[in-house]
Design a binder for this molecule. Structure first.
Ligand SMILES: Cc1cc2nc3c(=O)[nH]c(=O)nc-3n(C[C@H](O)[C@H](O)[C@H](O)COP(=O)(O)OP(=O)(O)OC[C@H]3O[C@@H](n4cnc5c(N)ncnc54)[C@H](O)[C@@H]3O)c2cc1C
Length: 573
């Protein structure tokens, strides 16, 4: 394919990279705070159906609804689930502002489950407290958000993938990327940049072996983690991996979350319950891993004991929302919830703060450590934030970015930087017969599985790290024949960066924490005395990746971590 590479130059006040859950909300809030300002969303897919909630959502995981729970109770629960390594001020924001988000979404037409009295019908899935709010009609959530983006006159550029944040004079001044259809080189000047590119969903390789058959939205390849790193921002808790229980061979959760409140539960092959609650935590995943390795696997989501009406209701929710292919998947395998449990397994590893804790360091205003650069959603370091947390931090990022840009002028990007980045992006097109991106990615992610997948071992991770650092040479052999393949090649660059960060952080933290997420066989115990801290990393001026400890800030909500240990095992039978 002969490609004419044009350059597009764009100016905006606030640039939002990634138009998923957090990004659409960040843009709407920035526009509400600054109606005369220009706000642009850059999205590598199409915001109508992009990101983790592309096909809707079947429930809210973190609904702090007055009368049911308080922000303080929520902060306690997340602090305990995360072994105490949290910036509570940031977590508090989700507890405090989440209800406003729910009310605003409702005013836009999003439906949440209510009881016959008209009250929010919350379910208990967490260890303590009711925070799960079902959305059985939540399939159009993303199209509703897109409508609001238009209504607020946010500019949207679909099909452009950002590759680097522009940083000059110590602050973020825009971004560079390319059009994944036309191949155009795109340079955007902005007064503030908000990164909302979601999780790193393509770090490990799923058991199915399919590159894009991941638990996470597969277009999220860790782009924002890598871009923030190269911009010089701090990242944190990268050793705290995301691992989820999922339907075996299916890129989605088994959804004990949804089925649990109806009486379903996670059981071993003998049909016995071995965990008390289905709220996802590292501790819960460790129990699943132990059961799978005890000879009592495989494990299953058990529904066979439920009556016909209940099973039909579960099916109607699970098969029409979030992962509407789920029903067809079961049908194809001849599976029926009435007669068989749903076989579950452990997902590939990934990076995600929403489900876990790893991300770009942000404070309670969604500020990263680079002035003018904000982050929100699954890539920003607020643990267990999920969908409502992404909305809350999108809001905060939009509002604070607008505050920040007052009186600021645009800065002209450095031409040498643009030239170098342009050469890096388009290099694979000069090698149309180079190694296909699929092969390079497959091998990289297989190495991730071989050397980083918990339980972790020091010398295995050293071998992995060696591979990941040397892999830069392999990236330089990748070939692309069109802009779409170019996008895939750039994603492999992001994944490689994330693999290196994951290996270095995991080696640095010499203890076990967060259940299975950072379970080291060579340091199997938790060591609060030395390691009650965040492990942060950043790119040093020399270009080296440096790691260091950041103290956990004093709590705003008291929690006695000696007494309140996260333990959900039930193995008495
Ligand atoms: C399978 C699954 C089930 C879930 N279930 C629940 C649930 O039941 N309840 C709940 O509360 N939460 C749930 N979550 C979590 C919730 O969906 C996420 O926390 C939230 O949607 C994350 O929002 P985000 O904006 O960070 O990422 P996303 O919504 O994924 O948005 C990221 C966007 O960035 C774009 N992008 C990525 N890279 C680039 C780039 N380089 N340039 C331009 N654009 C880019 C992507 O295309 C995407 O649109 C679930 C998540 C998953 C994956």
């Amino acid at each position: 394919m002969d490609i004419q590479i044009n350059t597009q130059r764009i100016q905006t006040d606030v640039l939002v990279i990634g138009g998923g859950t957090a990004g659409t909300m960040a843009a709407i809030k920035a526009k509400q705070a600054h109606p005369d300002g220009d706000v642009l969303i850059l999205e590598k897919a199409n915001i109508r159906r992009s990101g983790a909630i592309a096909m809707g959502m079947d429930g809210v995981n973190t609904a702090v609804i007055p009368g049911n729970s308080t922000p303080e109770q929520y902060v306690r629960e997340v602090t305990i689930a995360n072994d105490g390594i949290v910036n509570q001020k940031a977590v508090y924001q989700t507890g405090k502002l989440g209800f406003e988000v729910i009310q605003e979404l409702e005013s836009w037409g999003v439906k949440f489950q209510k009881d016959t009295q008209g009250n929010y019908d919350l379910k208990q899935v967490h260890r303590v407290g009711k925070y799960v709010l079902p959305m059985p009609e939540g399939k159009d959530l993303k199209t509703i958000l897109t409508r609001q983006v238009k209504r607020h006159k946010v500019r949207v550029t679909n099909r452009v993938m950002a590759t680097r944040v522009l940083v000059q004079n110590g602050r973020a001044i825009g971004a560079v990327g390319f059009d994944v259809r036309s191949g155009d080189f795109v340079v955007i000047q902005a007064k503030a940049v908000i990164l909302c590119t979601g999780a790193c969903g393509r770090l490990g390789l799923p058991l199915s072996g399919y590159l894009y058959g991941t638990y996470e939205n597969p277009t999220n390849a860790g782009d924002g983690y890598s871009m923030a790193y190269h911009a010089g921002a701090e990242l944190t808790n990268i050793e705290c991996f995301q691992i989820n229980p999922l339907i075996k061979d299916y890129n989605g959760p088994a959804c004990a979350y949804v089925a649990g409140p109806f009486g379903a539960y996670t059981a071993n092959a003998e049909g016995y319950r071995f965990i008390r609650c289905d709220y996802w935590s590292g501790q819960m995943m460790l129990e699943i891993w132990k059961e799978l390795n005890s000879g009592k696997g495989p494990i299953q989501l058990k529904m066979t004991h439920l009556d016909e009406d209940t099973i039909a209701e579960i099916e109607s929710i699970l098969w029409s929302n979030e992962r509407p292919s789920r029903g067809r998947f079961h049908e194809g395998r001849g599976e029926n919830y009435r007669t068989h449990g749903v076989e579950m397994h452990i997902s590939e590893i990934g990076l995600c703060s929403g489900h876990s804790a790893s991300g770009v360091w942000v404070n309670e205003k969604a500020e990263t450590t680079i002035p003018g650069l904000y982050a929100a959603g699954d890539m920003a370091s607020v643990p267990h934030n999920y969908m409502i947390g992404a909305f809350v931090f999108g809001r905060l990022a939009g509002i604070h970015a607008v505050d920040y840009i007052q009186e600021l002028e645009h800065i002209e990007p450095d031409l040498d930087f643009l030239k170098a980045e342009k050469a890096r992006i388009y290099a694979p097109l000069t090698r149309p017969n180079g190694i296909p991106h699929t092969q390079v990615e497959y091998k990289l992610r297989r190495l991730v599985n071989d050397y980083l997948q918990p339980p972790k071992v020091g010398h295995k991770m050293e071998i992995g790290l060696n591979y990941f650092t040397r892999y830069n040479e392999t990236l330089d052999m990748m070939g692309a024949r069109d802009p779409h393949e170019l996008m895939r090649c750039m994603e492999v660059h992001f994944i490689r960066d994330c693999a290196e960060m994951a290996a270095r952080s995991s080696l640095y933290r010499r203890e076990s924490r967060w259940g299975l997420y950072h379970y080291r066989l060579d340091y199997p115990e938790k060591n609060n005395e030395e390691w009650f801290c965040h492990i942060n990393l950043k790119k040093h001026e020399s270009g080296e990746m440096i790691l260091f400890k950041r103290q956990v800030e004093p709590y705003v909500v008291e929690v006695d971590l000696e007494k309140e240990v996260y333990d959900v095992a039930v193995r008495k039978r």
